[in-house]
Ligand binder design. Sequence first.
Ligand code: ARG
Length: 592
Amino acid sequence: MSAWFNPARELDALLRQAAASVPALGAGFNPELKPSDPRHADFQANGVLGAAKQAKANPRALATQLLEALRAGGGLDERLVQVEVAGPGFINFKLTPAALGAWLREYRDESRWRAGAARLMGGRKVVIDYPSPNTAKQMHVGHLRPIVIGEAVARLIEFCGADLVRDNHIGDWGTNFGVLILAIRRAGFQLDAKSPTALEDLERLYKEGSAATKADPALMDAARAELAKLQSGDLANSALWKQIVEVSNAACQRSYDQFGLKTDVILGESFYRDKVDQVYAELAKHGLAEESEGALVVWHDEEPRFSRDAETKMPFIVRKKDGSSNYASTDLATLLYRAEHLKADEIVYVTDGRQQDHFHQLFLTGAKWFKASGRQLPRLRHVWFGTILGEDGKAIKTKSGDPVRLQELIDEAAAKAFEAVSAKSPDLPEAERRAIARAVGVGALRYADLSSNRTMDYTFSWSKLLAFEGNTAPYLMYAGVRVRSIFRKAGLSVGQGEEGADDPVTPAEIALARKLVAFTAALDQSLEELRPHHLCTYLHELASAYGAFYAADSVIVDDPAVKARRLMLCARTSAVLECGLRLLGIEPLERM
Ligand code: ARG
């Protein structure tokens, strides 16, 4: 008996098939299969209710018809799934202990899950654009979300079988370089790329330059002239620019290392400087772009906000009136490059929510341009996120008003985690406690971010993110360590001792088994919406189900059959927890 990797997906497909022979349900019937209240069922299909209303039919009668068609279809094995019509016309599906046992025996480890999930993204070439910071700035708290969310989404996509390219699209070609170069020249500053303070120096100079150019229009013109020189290939400015980018990339890399980030390519905005002319020419040729007050712009009249008639004019400006390129031009050139050279079937952009308009216009423009030029448009998705707020409800800042540096945040997280770990496990050697604290601290920073729905703002709170209780990294990491310790105490390695394990029996075993099987649905949902918080919620529920099981049923018992079955549940819990944490970018621990 072979188990379904993702029962929800299979049932959904079977229901759609069966619906074809129940005309009253209408074409394109959506079963709306959802996880159900676990006391009654694993899933319930609610779609008949709406369809019955449409057809003015009795929903229970229609649901019964659909259920009969489902049975007649032959795809359903009722030894594995119990079905019934319930309430006003839902259909409930309950996995039997036999189905749960079959799943647990078949989907044992990461390699099996990967193989099962590969049908979601297998064979697709995906480019993910993150963390894509602007250069010449130190990494600060604003960079946390693109790093953390970007990495989790990347891992998820890769896990589900895609051939993934992580492309760090750094902002290394913007107006700020004019200001920075001018400030360096005015200060007579000699940039030494090897100096440990190089980036801080650049940041200070940039601040000076930006204050000076704001105060004096003549200096602003001088800054523009420096940028124009850079963009037209002036040797001195190009050499200086190159050094600035190197200093900045090296500093960023030190932050990435602490988050385990490895991007495959860094193709920043500057890479596209000689590729924007083709964009202008093609958009003009296909009548998509037009001149407006000297700039080249694209209108989208079908979208009220971006149309010519909108009150606040918001065209997509693809070339500035001084003839220079901008964020839109480089992004269009980037889109073409990724489609043609990287052969992307799909592109995922990870940025904050303030760029929604930009990406909306980029995607509309890209769709029209590719259609007009007979190209295949990759699937384009903008994975955007909200702001991190301080406990006062405002964006977090230092006392001086500057954003908190990322390194300070990491160090503080590790220091606070060290106190917590030392309180919990005072007997571990100090060096080990320090290493654990780093992992827990960075894990907690990540998890606090990932566990809230990314499109919401979230409130940063040290006490919440480092708590050993609740939906937190320390809680989940500790749960993982506790499962491992069962094996260690029994002198087994994880996965040993479950040979011949049978289907779950006791209520606590069954409840835990059902949570384990629900892993695939959580993966599916996280992938579909590219929202890692679904996976977090799931892992937290799994850890709770494990806690309840552990409290109810002893694992190391004399009866060999009972022991094998419970060891299997422990091993699967350990593997799912650890695999889930890794997908979120959190490295599980052996002890803590
Ligand atoms: N550098 C930009 C920023 O810091 C993000 C770039 C995102 N990627 C893109 N292709 N536009 O806001």
